[in-house]
Design a protein around this ligand. Structure first.
Ligand SMILES: [Zn+2]
Length: 429
């Protein structure tokens, strides 16, 4: 047991080679003033014993102590070299064991924040409140330490058999809520976010793939994509041997888009204006795009009633059925039956009696037939991991400052990219 009170305080403070100077208890934040122990240093250039040039207090956000937000006030010595011909001049004592250069948070607190936000997904604002500091202090720290961790973790992107590319809206910024897009690169077999690149064109994913080793690229047997053609061209260029699978979610979304298009056209043609609250087709719009089995019997009846009222030529009804037929593609377990089903879609939807939107849908399905039925052989989908979805929801609520894409990328990879957290203790930010 330690009975010396000064020594006891130093143990409680727990920082190496420091002396306790005093405690400031006047505010909500508890301020512990410390200074460096030890002898006068020598000039790093000429070796002459340094002269003291006063002190400077640097306040560092630290881990809460005994339930209170706490700051370490590090009373740093300023030193100067007395040799006139020496170029070193003066310097401030640094101790990276206490805080990284220019940091406003202690190193131990920074590592703790990185793990809380990065691995456990705690909101930055929560930590800022617990620590009694600014949101930016926590966020900047997490990004700085997180970047260092990701750089150090060179084995993070492991062998990948099924690779998914998908666009994500990660933020809306500025006065006009401009959309910021990014492309997620996911190991869809294991649900691991491999990386995020800027934009939603082929360029950045191609560049990312170009930086992988030949053996890694050779291991990618499947690719999952949406129906836009952009990501298809990425695979055609960089991974021509991979079997492409059209992501079921995106296939159904295309069917819903044509259904919406049809509903709006019929609305306009029958009523002469865009949908209003009282228009039957407008009122049916949500029920129409819901999956049939998610509608209760009364909701289904209600939907049919609204269609009888607003869809004189049953065009919307046909488009609704077409959407359901496309969805049923995924009820088939057998590949051969799925091929027959999709062939029938292409043929039946081309019927001249069909509304124009259904015919367009049929042509799209026809163009992607091979990729749609490829799912029935290897059931990989682009469904991003729940972790990524949660993160995207969270970051969307936050307005990012400068370097916002990089912030998003680092936070997403820390949360959903399974970095090796054991490395955190050894990184130097
Ligand atoms: Zn010197």
């Amino acid at each position: 047991m330690i009975v010396d009170r000064t020594r006891a305080l130093e143990v409680l403070i727990g920082l190496p080679d420091v002396e306790f100077v005093g405690l400031d208890d006047s505010g909500t934040v508890l301020r512990i003033v410390i200074e460096r122990q030890g002898v006068r240093p020598s000039c790093r250039s000429c070796g002459t014993l340094a002269l003291g040039k006063g002190r400077r207090d640097v306040e560092l956000v630290d881990l809460p102590a005994f339930g209170r937000p706490t700051a370490i006030v590090f009373r740093k010595h300023r030193w100067m070299c007395p040799t006139a011909s020496c170029r070193v001049g003066s310097w401030t004592a640094q101790d990276p064991r206490i805080a990284a250069p220019r940091a406003v948070m202690t190193d131990r607190c920074a590592r703790w924040c990185t793990r809380e936000v990065g691995e456990y997904g705690r909101p930055v604002s929560d930590l800022a409140k617990v620590l009694g500091c600014d949101w930016h202090t926590v966020n900047d720290t997490v990004i700085r330490y997180g970047e260092a961790l990701l750089d150090a973790d060179t084995d993070r992107v492991g062998a990948t058999r099924a690779l998914g590319l998908d666009e994500t809206l990660f933020a809306r910024v500025g006065r006009y809520r401009q959309q910021c897009w990014s492309t997620q690169i996911v190991d869809v077999e294991h649900g691991v976010l491999l990386d995020i690149v800027e934009g939603r064109s082929a360029q950045e994913p191609c560049r990312w793939l170009a930086n992988r080793e030949a053996a890694w690229l050779a291991g990618v047997a499947y690719g999952t994509i949406d129906l836009t053609g952009v990501y298809r061209s990425v695979f055609d260029t960089m991974l021509p041997g991979a079997i492409l699978i059209a992501d079921p979610f995106h296939v159904v979304r295309v069917a819903n888009r044509y259904l919406d298009e049809c509903r709006r056209r019929v609305q306009n043609q029958t009523v002469g204006h865009r949908g209003r609250k009282s228009d039957p087709l407008y009122r049916a719009r949500r029920r129409l795009t819901m999956a049939r089995e998610r509608l209760s019997e009364s909701q289904h009846e209600r939907m049919l009633g609204l269609l009888r009222a607003g869809d004189p030529h049953q065009e919307v009804w046909f488009a609704w059925n077409a959407k359901e037929v496309v969805r049923q593609t995924y009820d088939h377990v057998d590949h051969a039956l799925a091929v027959e089903w999709v062939d029938a879609i292409e043929r039946d939807f081309a019927d001249r009696e069909m509304p124009i939107e259904v015919r367009k849908l049929g042509r799209t399905i026809g163009r992607w037939k091979q990729q749609i039925v490829a799912w029935h052989r290897a059931r990989f989908t682009n469904a991003p991991t729940e972790a990524i979805n949660n993160l995207v929801k969270r970051v969307k609520r936050v307005a990012f400052g400068f370097r916002r894409f990089q912030n998003y990328r680092v936070r997403a990879l820390l949360y959903a990219g399974r970095p090796n957290w054991h490395l955190l203790a050894d990184i130097t930010p």
